[in-house]
Write a protein that binds this ligand. Structure first.
Ligand code: SF4
Length: 122
């Protein structure tokens, strides 16, 4: 007997409804509903090892604002998203900061850096 899970593809505004069938042993059997290769890859990734790009802010001192917007340079495992936010709560950055500057390297050993998404001057 197959177990079917549905996902909404976020690859483009079409928003195809994807379905993933899995057998009793947890093996992925079939993916349906995609209109392009990107959707099929998204469904397989989301079903087996979902990832998210984490966007948040960190404390900023010496700048015009109190917070600096940051994000992971690449997606990290979805299960670690909350832990990444917690790790960033302990980070304080001193202005000036340039967009793209690494704020926290290799966050939680994922191999992914957290970078600034805005330039902040003193
Ligand atoms: S499957 Fe392709 S066409 Fe459909 S929403 Fe995803 S990216 Fe867009």
């Amino acid at each position: 007997m197959l177990d079917t899970t549905s996902y909404l593809c976020i690859g483009c505004p079409l928003g195809c409804r994807l379905e993933v069938d899995e057998d009793e042993s947890g093996q992925l059997v079939e993916i349906r509903g995609f209109a392009c290769k990107r959707g099929k890859e998204y469904a397989a990734q989301e079903h087996t090892a979902p990832e998210r790009t984490v966007t948040t802010t960190v404390r900023l001192v010496g700048g015009a604002q109190a917070r600096l917007p940051v994000k992971t340079r690449a997606p990290v495992p979805k299960a670690l998203a909350l832990a990444v936010c917690r790790a960033l709560r302990t980070v304080t950055v001193t202005s000036p900061v340039s967009v793209g500057e690494v704020i926290l390297a290799d966050v939680l050993g994922t191999g992914v850096d957290v970078v600034a998404t805005r330039t902040c001057h003193r």
